[in-house]
Structures are given as structure tokens and as C-alpha cells.
Design a binder for this molecule. Structure first.
Ligand SMILES: Nc1nc2c(ncn2[C@@H]2O[C@H](COP(=O)(O)OP(=O)(O)OP(=O)(O)O)[C@@H](O)[C@H]2O)c(=O)[nH]1
Length: 390
């Protein structure tokens, strides 16, 4: 989200600067017609079909939609308000939808749903044009270009998205909010065509940045735990100097835990352990190595600095009371289901074992050091688990 904001500011300021010289106006006006199809193609190649559809929608909005709405023979202000209402509804809908294919039944249904508001506009324009004007245009402000409906939906959209994306840490949702703000600027900047075109080009650029950042996230972050993945660890290994400590951490008796409480609860355990390890201090970085194994890397640290932090992490996980649903309780009848039984949930504690290795003359490369940390982990398991070993 931050990168999109920075990029947008740079793009805007540069283009505004070029505008001072006038001759760039023509370039700016046709640029969206190059960038939007490009971003749609790019997004669809990376299976980001919602982004691709939004790019196509913007293109439709800027080219064909005004021609379609012209058939209604309404005022230009109302046409503009209707077009924006449609674009905002489209953005809102696509943002809330789950990712699905483009050329299948779901994809076709998505496109049909996007066209429904236009059908409603046509019906209302024929049946009750007064109502349409009242809903879309903010007549009280005596400003035909500001639409109350667009204003409210815009704020609602940004608010919902920011809350949702903050909670999910998803670049797609948060960048949809920025794109909507661009649409909002487009609306305000009318009838300045070149400036409006900059807004559309900005949307195309954000679409490309979003596609790239989401793909980066998929490649380098673990989906379940949100920690950087093993691939990210291997990348980080290339940047490490001559002094570092590697730690291998493993959840104790995890198989038994999975067997007793089920795979979903097992996943919850992994999330819990990952969130605790992710809070590592003393300059450490946490990675999900694979399965129930995690790796911590401390660059430029000595065991004396690192071991107390490992002990702190181990204890914070061991002391956490995790509430799980007791899978073993008998299935109840419909009547019993309403009465919450006392033993419906129970509290369990998860422990982890850790082994660490310091890079030295013998362990002079990352793989050797990692293997030594793994052997130390094995010793921690043999020593009774829930402990740190070297
Ligand atoms: N729920 C869940 N289970 C996983 C995941 N990845 C690996 N596992 C399970 O983790 C378990 C690993 O078990 P083991 O390697 O035998 O180790 P353990 O039971 O933790 O025993 P010790 O390490 O000796 O304490 C296996 O049952 C895997 O199915 C995952 O992403 N989610």
C-alpha cells in the first residue's frame, strides 16, 4: 500500500510538471488506453482476475460506457454521475469477491453482475428519471458534478477496505481503496481531460504494482503462518556475513496433537507458534522452514545475546493457554445442542524445542550451520523436549 502511494505521488508530480510545458497533454490523454489493457493482460497472466476485470471495467468506463449512457438522453452531469456510480459499485463488488477464473461459469456470472447496474439505470431512466437524478446528483449543493451516492459509497468503500485489508494484510484490498480514490479524483477533475487521464493511468500503474506485490507475497511468504518462507530464508542467507546464529525450532508431539484435535486445530497451533516466533527481538528474524519446523536467524550475535531470547520465546509459547474444541465429546441431539456443555472446550499448552548453531570455521557455510542447528534440535528433543540446546 505504501509503495503504491509513493509511486502515485511520484507519477502525479512528474506528470503535473510535464504539463507545465503543454505538449505532453496528448500523450497523457492516450496513455490510459495503453496502460489499462497492459495491466489487464499482466494481471490475468498472474491469475489476478479481479484486478484484470477492474482494468477492463476502467477501460469500458472511459470509452464505451459514455456512449451507452448517451442513449438515455439525460443531462451530461447525470451521465457522468451514473458512470461513476457504476465504476464504484464495480470496484466494491470486485474487491469483496473471492478470486475466481475469468473464462468459466463464475467469471461469466461476475461480468453479468457488473452489467446489472447499467440495466437498472436504463429501467429507472425510463420509469422514473426524477428519482434517478435525486439519487445520483447532489442537487442541494448546486453542483451537478458531485454525486451524493458516489460520495457515500466511496467513503463506505474506503472505510470497509481499510479495515478489512488492515486485518487481512492483503495488498489487493488496500490498493483497491487507493484506486477508488483515483476514481474520486477523476470525478472531481472533470472536465480537465488530461488530468482525468492521469487518474486512469495511475489506476493502471497501481494494478501492475498490486499484481507484482501480491505475487511477491505468494512467492516469499507462507500462506498459513504469514511468516517468510524457506525461499525467503535462502535469499536472506546470501546476504549474511561471517557472524550469525541459526536456530531450528520444532513443535513437540505435533503429530499426536493433530491426531487428537484434528488438522484444523493443528493449523491454529502453527499460527500461534509462528506469531510468537515472529515477535522475536534481539535482531532475530523468523521463517517457516516447512511443516512444523521454524528457523530463526540472528545476524551478528553471540550465543550469550541470543539464548535468553530463545528461552523467553520458548516460555511464552509454553505458558500460552490455547482453547480448543474437544473433538472427543459425543455427538449431541438437536435438543442438547442448545445447552452448552461444560466440557465443550478445553485448554491445552503447546511446547517447542530449539537447537542453535553459531557460524564458525568448521560450520563455514549456511547449509552446514543449518544442519548443525538441526542436530542441536535433535538433542533438545532427546533431552525431554520444551528446551533449548546447542
Ligand atoms: N496441521 C498441520 N499439520 C502439519 C503441517 N505440516 C506438517 N504437519 C504435521 O506435522 C506432523 C509432524 O510430526 P513428526 O515429524 O512425527 O513430529 P512430532 O509429532 O512433532 O514429534 P517430535 O518432533 O518428535 O516431538 C505430521 O503429522 C504432519 O502431518 C501443517 O501445515 N498443518
Amino acid at each position: 500500500m505504501l509503495s503504491s502511494c509513493i509511486l502515485l505521488i511520484c507519477y502525479f508530480s512528474q506528470t503535473l510538471y510535464l504539463f507545465q510545458f503543454g505538449r505532453w497533454n496528448q500523450v497523457a490523454v492516450w496513455l490510459p488506453y495503453l496502460l489499462l489493457p497492459l495491466s489487464a493482460l499482466f494481471a490475468s497472466q498472474f491469475n489476478q482476475n479481479r484486478l484484470a476485470l477492474f482494468a477492463v471495467s476502467c477501460l469500458f468506463f472511459a470509452s464505451f460506457l459514455p456512449l451507452v449512457l448517451a442513449q438515455l438522453e439525460l443531462t451530461p452531469a447525470l451521465n457522468s454521475g451514473l458512470a461513476f456510480t457504476w465504476l464504484i459499485l464495480t470496484g466494491f463488488y470486485l474487491c469483496l469477491r473471492r478470486e475466481s477464473g475469468l473464462f468459466n461459469r463464475k467469471g461469466l456470472m461476475q461480468v453479468t453482475i457488473l452489467l446489472i447496474p447499467i440495466a437498472i439505470f436504463f429501467a429507472l431512466a425510463k420509469l422514473n428519471p426524477e428519482l434517478l437524478t435525486q439519487v445520483v446528483l447532489w442537487q442541494t449543493l448546486d453542483n451537478d458534478f458531485i454525486s451524493l451516492f458516489v460520495l457515500i459509497s466511496c467513503f463506505a468503500f474506503v472505510l470497509v477496505n481499510l479495515v478489512k485489508s488492515g486485518w487481512q494484510q492483503n495488498p489487493i484490498e488496500s490498493n483497491f481503496s487507493i484506486m477508488l480514490l483515483c476514481c474520486w479524483f477523476y470525478h472531481l477533475l472533470a472536465p480537465n481531460q488530461p488530468l482525468q487521464a492521469i487518474c486512469l493511468s495511475s489506476i493502471a500503474i497501481i494494478l501492475i504494482v498490486t499484481t507484482l506485490s501480491h505475487s511477491y507475497q505468494l512467492a516469499y511468504f507462507d500462506e498459513l503462518t504469514k511468516l517468510p518462507s524457506r525461499r525467503a530464508l535462502n535469499r536472506y542467507a546470501m546476504t549474511l556475513g561471517r557472524k550469525y546464529i541459526l536456530v531450528m525450532a520444532d513443535v513437540d508431539h505435533f503429530k499426536q496433537f493433530n491426531d487428537t484435535y484434528g488438522h484444523d486445530v493443528g493449523d491454529q497451533v502453527l499460527k500461534l507458534v509462528a506469531s510468537r516466533l515472529g515477535e522475536v527481538s534481539s535482531g532475530g528474524k523468523a521463517y517457516r522452514y516447512g511443516g512444523e519446523e521454524f528457523t530463526l536467524v540472528f545476524a551478528n550475535k553471540t550465543p550469550t545475546q541470543v539464548v535468553p531470547e530463545l528461552e523467553r520465546l520458548r516460555q511464552s509459547i509454553a505458558n500460552y493457554d490455547m482453547v480448543v474444541r474437544d473433538k472427543s465429546r459425543p455427538k449431541k441431539s438437536e435438543k442438547d445442542r442448545n445447552a452448552a456443555p461444560a466440557n465443550a472446550t478445553k485448554t491445552v499448552n503447546v511446547t517447542i524445542s530449539m537447537g542453535y548453531a553459531l557460524r564458525s570455521k568448521e560450520l563455514n557455510d549456511f547449509d552446514k550451520c543449518l544442519k548443525a542447528a538441526d542436530e542441536a534440535l535433535y538433542r533438545a528433543k532427546k533431552a525431554g523436549r520444551n528446551c533449548v540446546s546447542d
